[in-house]
Write a protein that binds this ligand. Structure first.
Ligand code: ZN
Length: 404
């Protein structure tokens, strides 16, 4: 049987049944050069693989015949291939107003920065978040395989086998730690791994269990989650982009024109302290999403045309390519020495920033975030140098630091 691998569930009658989680194993066979024989019922799971890398059978006797060279198994028949492209029907242009938030989402998409939206209920945070994935580049073949493998192990449906759209996961704030990061007696991937290569949207961010949120620290840093059990240690990929949303205050008041609500400063501080500093520290962009007057929401005088939308997307993808060519990773992931190298400033500009941060009472910790975001804004402008305009815009996305 050299050169063959067999994977599937065999019934007493000799029929081959459907099994779950076989994509990673099938992929390993493919890479090792072995030919996989599996149940015909598993074919749908294997669509990301090349058809020539496996054979399907419905009964054990068919396999015997194949191995005895009496009747060969035919190659898998092609499944319908309606390649799913990201729909242009769902995009940010559908949302009127909120230019500041939309711009922040574009920057987040270009530099893979995590983003937190702060706004009262009904301001459109969820609408904005669900349209975020449409700004991202399509998954490549390797990423489709990774994503499909995770869904296959988790035995979760809901992702199109032939889709190159990014996954979008939005777990409720009552999700358990295991549900979010993965675990269980036989460790299974959680929401953060299902969001691998895609978007993890956490609405009502402050309502999540604080300990549960803390477990996000490791995967945000490393793009992996390690689950330790007495018997084994399992690592699942979890390179997701976090889009979070929260109310500005515990009562979700409408903010008046001076940026005030009816809650006391003490109540607001207590509410915001539900989020730990290390978690907030990992989010580069914090943006206000004010509730708009009905008149503005319903107005159809939105100047964005469909062409604009395409050129915005092109600019985002172009900015992303610039980063990959320059430093091999998006700006959100650069650290230490690389930040210094790619975010060079004139001494006059550096002094100016320190002065601005001081004036706004922003922490020194914010400095690096401002630099990274300013780098992405400059990349969107295809500018080699970071200018004061880029810096000023980046500082505007440190909403929460200011009130600390
Ligand atoms: Zn309030």
């Amino acid at each position: 049987m050299q050169g063959y691998e067999f994977l599937g569930e065999l019934s007493l009658s000799g029929e081959l049944r459907k099994s779950t989680g076989i994509l990673p194993a099938a992929y390993a066979c493919h890479r090792s050069g072995s030919k996989l024989i599996t149940s015909a019922h598993n074919q749908e799971q294997l669509t990301p693989l090349n058809d020539s890398s496996y054979l399907c059978a419905s009964h054990l006797l068919e396999i015997c015949a194949h191995l005895n060279n009496t009747k060969h198994l035919s190659p898998p028949s092609a499944l319908s291939t309606n390649k799913n492209k990201v729909s242009d029907d769902i995009n940010l242009n559908e949302i009127h107003g909120q230019q500041h938030a939309k711009r922040a989402l574009c920057i987040a998409a270009a530099g893979q920065h995590h983003l937190l939206m702060i706004g009262s209920p009904g301001s459109g945070k969820t609408m904005l978040a669900t349209r975020f994935a449409s700004l991202l580049t399509q998954l490549n073949q390797q990423q489709i395989l990774e994503t499909m493998s995770i869904y296959s192990i988790a035995n979760v449906s809901g992702i199109n086998h032939q889709s190159s759209s990014r996954p979008f996961r939005a777990p409720h704030h009552t999700v358990s730690t295991i549900g979010l990061v993965g675990g269980g007696s036989t460790p299974k991937p959680g929401e953060i791994s299902l969001a691998h290569n895609g978007v993890l949207f956490l609405d009502e961010f402050t309502e999540f269990n604080r300990q549960t949120l803390e477990t996000l620290r490791e995967p945000i840093e490393t793009g992996m989650i390690t689950i330790s059990r007495a018997s084994a240690q399992v690592a699942f990929p979890a390179r997701f982009q976090l889009i979070a949303a929260m109310n500005p205050c515990p009562n979700g008041c409408d903010i008046d024109q001076y940026g005030h609500c009816q809650c006391s400063q003490q109540q607001i501080t207590r509410y915001r302290n539900k989020l730990s500093a290390p978690i907030l520290d990992r989010i580069d962009l914090q943006v206000s999403v004010p509730k708009l007057p009905y008149k503005e929401l319903l107005s159809h005088t939105n100047n964005n045309t469909k062409e604009d939308w395409h050129s915005i997307k092109r600019r985002i993808h172009n900015a992303y390519d610039i980063q990959i060519q320059r430093q091999g990773k998006p700006n959100a992931l650069i650290e230490g020495k690389t930040i210094k190298e790619v975010c060079q400033l004139t001494s006059t500009l550096e002094n100016k920033i320190i002065e601005m941060l001081d004036k706004l009472n922003l922490s020194a910790r914010s400095f690096q975030k401002v630099l990274k975001v300013a780098r992405t804004i400059a990349d969107l402008d295809t500018s080699n140098d970071i200018s004061q305009t880029h810096i000023s815009e980046a500082i505007a996305y440190r909403q929460l630091d200011r009130r600390a």
